[in-house]
Ligand binder design. Sequence first.
Ligand code: TRP
Length: 465
Amino acid sequence: MQSNQATETGKRNSLHGQWSSRMAFILAVTGSAVGLGNIWKFPYVAGQNGGGAFVLVYLACVALIGMPVMMSEILIGRRGRRNPISTMALLGAEEGNARHWQWVGAMGVLAGVLILSYYSVIGGWTLAYVFKSGSGAFSESGAAGITAIRDAFLGNWKTVALFHTIFMTLTIFVVARGVERGLEQAVRFMVPALLILLITLLGYSINSGHFGEGLAFMFTPDFSKLTWDSVLAAMGQAFFTLSIGMGAVMAYGAYLPEETSIGGSSAAVAIADTSIATLAGLVIFPLVFANNLDPADGPGLVFITLPLAFGQMPGGVFFSTLFFLLLSFAAWTSAISLMEPAVAWLVERFNRTRSEAALMIGLSIWALGLGTVLSFNVLSEFKFLRGTIFDNLDHLTINIMLPLGGVFITVFAGWVMCRNSTSDELGNTGNMYKLWRILARFVAPIGIIFVFLKAVGLLDYLSNQ
Ligand code: TRP
């Protein structure tokens, strides 16, 4: 493949072009990171896992595991400049004489496909709420009425499937056109707008919600509520919200200009992402307590609390329509990054056009997504292992595949790649490089494996023998 040949400087180029600037890259990764994970998932997972202690563990995971994994992914991506599977094969052969590393890329591509299959269903749900808000359906209803609207929506599999189809179509459309065109613009507008809207809502929540109670719930750590299962959930959430562990950021890194600082960009993304998740929690929990809702309500939590808040606000119809629209945008820019690795692979490996590749991958993901569509209605009683089909997909990808991907990625960058290669990408800037190397070689992989083994109970089992 001609475009992957080394240039005079010894560096490779990507077949798919480059980001126009450092800012464009930060925005694209932020667009990937900020999504349903921040506003839909974070509050309900924190709610189900007892609040404060969970939030602390989550923050620790972002700093100690999330950051080194993200930096490793970007540096691997930029060095290989191909889709994650080929990049891992190429660098594996170059650095460690082992193309088997491509299986790590393959697991990532698969994880992206599985995540997007249910992410799209929830994305469709937010789209549906744009229309429901717009019609004023929420403005007169109290908590009970809004819960009834949600249950009626989820109960009808055909509507859920319809909006899942629309969401997937939008995603296929953008990926087919190429990530750089249009996406950079969308994110430039979306992230600031979402931030402004969240801050407006925060004002409302401070005035009308039980703010002290919400604050206490989020920031008073009660470690007695913390189980190893919830530590695993906190770690999984850190992976999910930063879009790491499956090669999405690696794929984006392949389009990163040579001179951009990887550490600086990663820190910017992690800070933006964490702030938005925290803000979402601060908006949602005070409203949960003020309305006697259950913080452990699960996946439907934001679809109740926010319509309720908007329903009582002046201009609520307008603001809630805008809010769900922005959330749909946020989900959209994330969905693109979930699909990009698989599409880039199909394009590079089988010489497909981008449109063909996007359509083929997209249709498969759409079909898989029907399993999640039915999990909320027809098949809601069909439970195995962790629960419904959705619950199992969610657990398998977020709590198992992403952390496992994180172990392999940090081990590869920290142990298999030689010092020269990694310091070449990260810039050998003294302490920062040393810190990354300690985190990537020891803290992240050992931490992930430890939490994982604790959660499945293997360590306790062995120590009792
Ligand atoms: N980070 C996104 C969110 O919070 C979801 C997402 C996009 C993602 N790309 C990913 C999660 C890659 C894991 C891996 O909504």
